[in-house]
Design a protein around this ligand. Structure first.
Ligand SMILES: [Zn+2]
Ligand SMILES: [Zn+2]
Ligand SMILES: [Zn+2]
Ligand SMILES: [Zn+2]
Length: 374
């Protein structure tokens, strides 16, 4: 603990930290690599030679439109996200100079800056960006929702705002499943072929024995879910249960290679003192260069105990955050020699959810500890 110092990694790198010594060029290289990785993930192929690494990412090369281009095509290049070059699907943010970023890219840039211990900047003009400095642009959001877009099934054009309903409920070509899916029919196809399939579907005429086999498999996956919920309910019957809000704060190691990690202040649950630690991508050297993001955590007992403390524990989202975490119960027997658990994965649904956590100043979660009765 003593060799590390707490600081707000989002604001400034303290002198002497290695990332502060990177200089502008190094930072730009890393930023370019991060954006390139991001663009690769969302499937953007850049045409032409790679841009020089010092330059902010290039705009998508578009066919010359001039006067003859359709209005919506010209608007497309005006309203697209300056990072991923796609039309934003939800919120649109802008830097103080008006450069637009979709919510996903904005959060990704903020998360990157935390990982690199640098102030986040607009990839276009390098002005500082943060949740306070950037605001939504409702006019762009509304304009985008009026632009026509293609239905992925029937390829007809619709305003973005009505596309979701069309694709879900109205499109004759939308992918549907047979009503006998519940007894194992794997058929799926366009909606207009559904009546014909259901007419001739073989599943309603299957024998009882055949159906029993299919239902058995379905029961098994249902049983796994039920097991999880039942074990949570039986934990709730324990005599000794403690829970608390925990706040992970970002720190940097003082090693030659600095690494971001998270740690909570000491907290008390079940009359014992505990600390939680978390790390990004299992302490990968440059997590900002990879698009896949994971968080794993470790629970540490700080108090001395007379006898082993057999515990089950789980982390859930805090009361004021909206990250999606699937509950997973872990067990550990804490003693003076085994006072730390292994690092276990925080079961967040995907990297987008993980970036949501990383983009915030602190990570707030709720920890439950159940002491196993002897
Ligand atoms: Zn974007
Ligand atoms: Zn800008
Ligand atoms: Zn359609
Ligand atoms: Zn069927």
């Amino acid at each position: 603990m003593s060799s590390m110092e707490e600081r707000d990694v989002g604001v400034a790198a303290a002198p002497g930290s290695s990332s502060a010594g990177l200089g502008a060029v190094g930072a730009a290289v890393e930023a370019a690599a991060g954006v390139a990785a991001l663009q690769e993930e969302i499937g953007i192929r850049r045409e032409g030679p790679e841009p020089h690494q010092d330059e902010p990412p290039k705009k998508r090369v578009r066919a010359p439109e001039g006067e003859s281009g359709k209005l919506e095509e010209r608007l497309y290049s005006v309203l697209c996200c300056t990072v991923c070059l796609d039309l934003p699907k939800a919120s649109v943010y802008q830097c103080t100079n008006g450069h637009l970023m979709c919510a996903g890219c904005f959060i990704h840039l903020l998360a990157d800056s935390r990982l690199k211990e640098e102030q986040a900047t607009c990839p276009n003009c390098r002005c500082e960006i943060s949740k306070n400095l950037c605001c939504r642009n409702l006019a762009v959001e509304k304009a985008v929702s009026e632009l026509p877009t293609e239905c992925t099934f029937c390829l007809k054009q619709f305003p973005r705002s009505s596309l979701e309903r069309h694709q879900k409920e109205e499109c004759q070509d939308r992918v549907t499943q047979c009503k006998y899916k519940r007894i194992g029919c794997p058929w799926q196809g366009p909606f207009h072929e559904l009546p014909a399939h259901e007419e001739e579907c073989s599943h309603p005429t299957k024998t009882g024995t055949e159906l029993m086999g299919i239902l058995g498999e379905m029961d098994q996956s249902h049983r796994r879910d039920m097991q999880l919920y039942n074990s949570i309910f039986s934990l709730l019957c324990y005599e000794k249960i403690g829970f608390t809000e925990v706040q992970f704060r970002p720190y940097r190691t003082d090693d030659f290679i600095t690494r971001l990690y998270y740690e909570t202040p000491r907290f008390t649950v079940l009359n014992q003192t505990w600390v939680l630690k978390a790390r990004v991508n299992d302490s990968e050297r440059n997590p900002n260069l990879s698009c896949k993001r994971t968080l794993s955590f470790q629970l540490i007992l700080k108090s001395k105990v007379n006898s082993a403390l057999e515990c089950s524990f789980l982390l859930l989202k805090g009361p004021y955050d909206d990250v999606r975490i699937k509950p997973v119960i872990h067990h550990h027997s804490f003693s003076n020699d085994t006072n730390e658990t292994e690092y276990v994965l925080l079961p967040i649904s995907d990297s987008v959810e993980c970036n949501k956590l990383l983009a915030a100043k602190n990570i707030n979660l709720r920890l439950f500890i159940f002491q196993v009765q002897k």
